[in-house]
Design a protein around this ligand. Structure first.
Ligand code: CA
Length: 392
């Protein structure tokens, strides 16, 4: 669902910046378009009372996230013990809602909770961008996706107009994903459901609405009730056969190719699966099913679907991956990243406040420490530098 996050950036980077007058006239045009599409003039005025682009949106939209991270860093961060513990607690608190959503939409409740946990840390971090401003900025900068952003803006305003949402609560990611499970406005219009029965679809303030809508989304993306999404496997060290989510074959075919389940259980079942080897044949392997593809539809990245799938397993009580990642410098949890930053600050590096987010300042400080310690300067927040500075 946050595909826009990943693909919007390249387009914007090549678009020419518009002047202030151009921006103002573009916003005026958006107001007219909003009124034409049935959104009241008063609401359009209130939402688009903006005279300048959101500079922060322009800046962050040029950064390409996720792709440059190592898979073990990405997963260590998204599926750490804290997120598992928090998720189990949240699943208890919202047990009835999750069971009802699972029953109505046929989607496993651990997966619903895992999406919630990865998208917003169970509703804690839902984004700080005022959506009309962010989306008007993206629209008025022009570029190939102008129509897309404009459509998202109008869709967001329609949701407010219709009474689903309050304008003053309309904050989310720079690319328009918002609410506890980060829907973009057009998806929200199509697939959000009122799961608490108050007549409004409010994925910002209602946990039931957010979880029910996520279940609905996954079901509509092809979720098959009662089936697995993924399990960990091992392949022979020399495996060089087919891989890929889409290259699905029967489990008996995988068995013939030397694939075995990491938990030692027999490789049986009627569903067909694809094989993912995100770190090659020596790292953990995964057989992924149709339900993995439904998760993938939420945000088109295999690493993302892997994180959701694994967090869901952990929430259900299954252990961490059995095969270690093929590296001598594994990734860090959020707590370890925070501790690493505190070590850097204690060493006198000016990286601002420790927030657990490894940005350019943290990376530069890590590089300096690595050089000081005679390590290759990578700037990466991994276990080696963490331990070298006193982490456990
Ligand atoms: Ca509701």
């Amino acid at each position: 669902m946050r595909k826009a996050l990943l693909t919007g950036a390249m387009v914007l980077a090549s678009a020419a910046p518009a002047g202030a007058a151009d921006f103002a006239s573009c916003v005026a045009g958006l107001k007219q378009a909003a009124v034409r599409s049935g959104i009241g003039a008063a609401l359009a005025d209130r939402a688009l009372k903006i005279s300048e682009p959101d500079e922060k949106v322009l800046r962050v939209s040029k950064v390409q996230p996720e792709s440059r991270h190592k898979i073990w860093d990405y997963l260590a961060y998204l599926v750490d013990d804290q997120r598992v513990a928090d998720g189990r607690a949240m699943m208890k608190t919202h047990d009835r809602t999750l069971r009802e959503a699972a029953k109505r939409f046929g989607v496993d409740r651990h997966v619903i909770a895992a999406v919630w946990g990865v998208e917003t840390d169970y509703g804690r971090i839902t984004g700080s961008y005022f959506l009309p401003h962010a989306l008007a900025t993206l629209t008025c900068r022009g570029g190939r996706r102008e129509k897309f952003w404009r459509g998202q803006l109008l869709a967001a305003l329609k949701l407010v107009h219709r009474g689903d949402l309050k304008l003053e609560k309309l904050y989310g990611s720079w690319a328009g994903a918002f609410g506890q499970t980060q829907f973009i406005p057009s998806t929200y219009q199509r697939l959000a459901v009122d799961f608490d029965g108050d007549g409004r679809r409010d994925l910002i303030e209602s946990v039931p609405d957010a979880l029910g809508s996520t279940a609905n989304y996954l079901r509509r993306a092809g979720w098959r009730p009662g089936q697995s999404w993924m399990f960990e496997v091992r392949v022979p060290d020399t495996y060089n056969g087919p891989t890929g989510r889409r290259k699905k074959v029967s489990l008996s075919t995988w068995a013939r190719r030397g694939v075995v389940r990491a938990d030692g259980k027999p490789l049986t079942g009627a569903a067909r699966a694809g094989l993912l080897l995100p770190a090659g044949p020596k790292g953990p392997g995964f057989l992924t099913f149709r339900n993995f593809d439904a998760i993938y539809a939420y945000n088109h990245a295999e690493s993302y679907a892997l994180a959701i799938s694994h967090l869901a397993d952990r929430l259900a009580g299954y252990p961490a991956f059995r095969t270690p990642w093929p590296t001598d410098d594994p990734g860090l949890s959020r707590a370890q990243r925070l501790a690493l930053q505190k070590f850097l600050i204690a060493k006198g590096h000016d990286i601002g406040e420790a927030d657990g987010k490894i940005g350019p300042l943290s990376r530069a400080a890590i590089k300096k420490e690595e050089a000081r310690l005679g390590m290759p300067p990578t700037g990466r927040a991994g276990r080696k530098i963490y331990r070298a500075l006193g982490g456990k």
